[in-house]
Design a protein around this ligand. Structure first.
Ligand SMILES: Cc1cc2nc3c(=O)[nH]c(=O)nc-3n(C[C@H](O)[C@H](O)[C@H](O)COP(=O)(O)OP(=O)(O)OC[C@H]3O[C@@H](n4cnc5c(N)ncnc54)[C@H](O)[C@@H]3O)c2cc1C
Length: 318
């Protein structure tokens, strides 16, 4: 994406992973590289090949869907984090837009509404990036990433890139062909590159509309979230996917709530009293506590409803 200033990737050593996850959990990592634009992704590969940063490389956005391990990670966390060097998006008159992997979803949604392009409003309350949404097929209400996505630009190695189309991406409910590759077991960076799983940018398309209507839709999405979700506490959003089985119309949250699990906690991790499918870090929470609580909740739902809940959060191993 066009940026006003080409900022070099920023390198930091021996950082706490908890700083880079929205639930504030995770041990140390050897190195962290932050990219203010995916244009400088080639610089990261050069740094890796010159031995300036340790491998393996693990690729993340805002860490709003990742449970990092208490024991920490070896290698380098590569963060796509759009900075102040440019807008991170290039709009076209027909309602399509090219967006950088590190662009924040709420910023994109606000920009679309301001320009009178509808279809992006559901992204306004999802605190992740374009790259994370492209991998997770993020969605809310009746909208999901795959409704907007026309193509992705992915890294092929040595700073090169290729284009993936929706048929390559096999999007489904909170899943994509990229997900298993970019998952919680960061392996050699060459594999990510060879399998084209590192997202650099996306081409999205909305529909031209009245800006006031877009703004009203966006505000109603945000109001709904504020009234139902614990947005002022550290969390990873929905812990479990909504199940396909179980009583018709029951979400994972409702199944958990009706097991009486709201407020249940293990150490510093608690099932939110506000939304039963959110676990919040009440202070000093650990990944081990999160996983113990996850097992307790899944067991309770299985026992009461006969439904197997599957995690939506990405659990990374040390
Ligand atoms: C309060 C709250 C509310 C939420 N609400 C929703 C919701 O309504 N709907 C929803 O779908 N999600 C929701 N989430 C979860 C999360 O915000 C989304 O899954 C989001 O898309 C993740 O984006 P991210 O940038 O944080 O990705 P991360 O959490 O950093 O990464 C997620 C996965 O994508 C991979 N990844 C990230 N960037 C790249 C890249 N550039 N190239 C390759 N791989 C990459 C990572 O390796 C990881 O496997 C919520 C989370 C919170 C905390």
């Amino acid at each position: 994406m066009a940026t006003a200033i080409r900022l070099r990737p920023r390198l930091r050593c021996r950082e706490r992973l908890s700083r880079f996850s929205s639930i504030r959990i995770g041990g140390a990592v050897e190195a962290v590289v932050s990219l203010s634009s995916s244009e400088v992704f080639g610089d990261v590969l050069d740094m890796y090949h010159r031995g300036e940063i340790p491998g393996p490389l693990a690729f993340v956005g805002r860490g709003s869907n990742i449970l990092f391990p208490d024991a920490g990670l070896g290698g380098t966390l590569v963060r796509f984090e759009h900075g102040d060097g440019g807008s991170g998006s290039r709009w076209h008159p027909d309602g399509s837009v090219d967006v950088d992997a590190g662009l924040s979803l709420p910023a994109l949604a606000r920009d679309a509404a301001r320009r009178g392009v509808t279809g992006f409003e559901f992204l306004s309350g999802i605190p992740g990036t374009v790259g994370g949404a492209a991998v997770m097929n993020a969605g809310a209400g009746s909208g999901q990433w795959s409704d907007l996505c026309e193509s992705l630009v992915v890294a092929t190695g040595s700073g090169g890139s290729d284009i993936l189309l929706p048929q390559d991406l096999r999007y489904g409910y909170r899943t994509s062909a990229l997900l298993e590759i970019s998952a919680g077991d960061p392996s050699a960076p060459q594999r990510h590159i060879q399998e084209k799983s590192v997202v650099l940018s996306a081409r999205l398309r909305g529909t031209l509309a009245d800006p006031a209507e877009c703004q009203a839709k966006l505000m109603s999405h945000l109001d709904y979230r504020r009234s139902t979700q614990p947005l002022d506490e550290p969390s990873l959003g929905s812990v479990f996917r909504n199940p396909s089985g179980g009583p018709p119309g029951y979400s994972a949250g409702r199944l958990i709530e009706e097991c009486g699990m709201k407020g249940r906690s293990v150490g510093g991790v608690m099932v939110s009293p506000r939304h039963a499918n959110f676990f919040v870090n009440t202070g000093g929470g650990k990944a081990s506590e999160f996983l113990e609580l996850l097992a307790i909740v899944a067991e309770a739902v299985l026992k009461q409803w006969g439904v197997i809940l599957e995690p939506e959060v990405r659990v990374w191993n040390a």
